[in-house]
Ligand binder design. Structure first.
Ligand code: HEM
Length: 119
């Protein structure tokens, strides 16, 4: 389904950009990191737009579970952003990585296994 493809594409690209920004921050390339971080943020918006579209289209099938998927998606974005900001400031990121992995696995499970809309 078209929007699902768009949604998957946006979060896959966002996560790739996230790792590039992370590597640049860690490598001390502050300027490069800042640019890639900004583009990553643009992709957060695209994830939310495509996710919201799917949400409004399909949520009647199971509003509670779709609500959890929506919240989970927003939490993932929150964790990605927290990790980048903490790395930029040279602070610890351990807790945010753990939460990111938990929320990410939950999103894959909900999106691909539990919720009805399929590719
Ligand atoms: C980085 C963050 C996110 C990840 C990794 C993610 C992951 C996924 C995955 C794996 C699917 C299943 C695609 C499929 O059914 O083929 C999906 C579907 C969906 N996502 Fe996200 N998502 C994210 C953010 C969001 C956000 C922010 C929203 C809401 C604003 C959202 C709402 C939805 C909805 C409504 C579906 C359709 C579920 C279904 O019926 O299968 N997602 N997402």
């Amino acid at each position: 389904m078209y929007t699902t493809h768009a949604h998957i594409t946006t979060w896959v690209i966002a996560i790739i950009l996230f790792f590039i920004a992370l590597a640049l921050y860690k490598g001390g390339n502050a300027k490069g990191a800042k640019i890639v971080h900004m583009i990553t943020r643009l992709f957060y918006i695209l994830i939310i737009v495509t996710g919201a579209f799917l949400f409004f289209k399909f949520q009647k099938a199971n509003p509670a579970l779709y609500g959890i998927k929506l919240l989970d998606g927003l939490l993932i974005i929150g964790m990605l952003e927290m990790i980048l900001v903490k790395v930029k400031k040279g602070k610890g990121t351990g807790l945010f990585w753990i939460l990111f992995i938990i929320f990410f696995i939950a999103a894959l499970y909900l999106g691909f296994v539990k919720l009805p809309a399929t590719i």
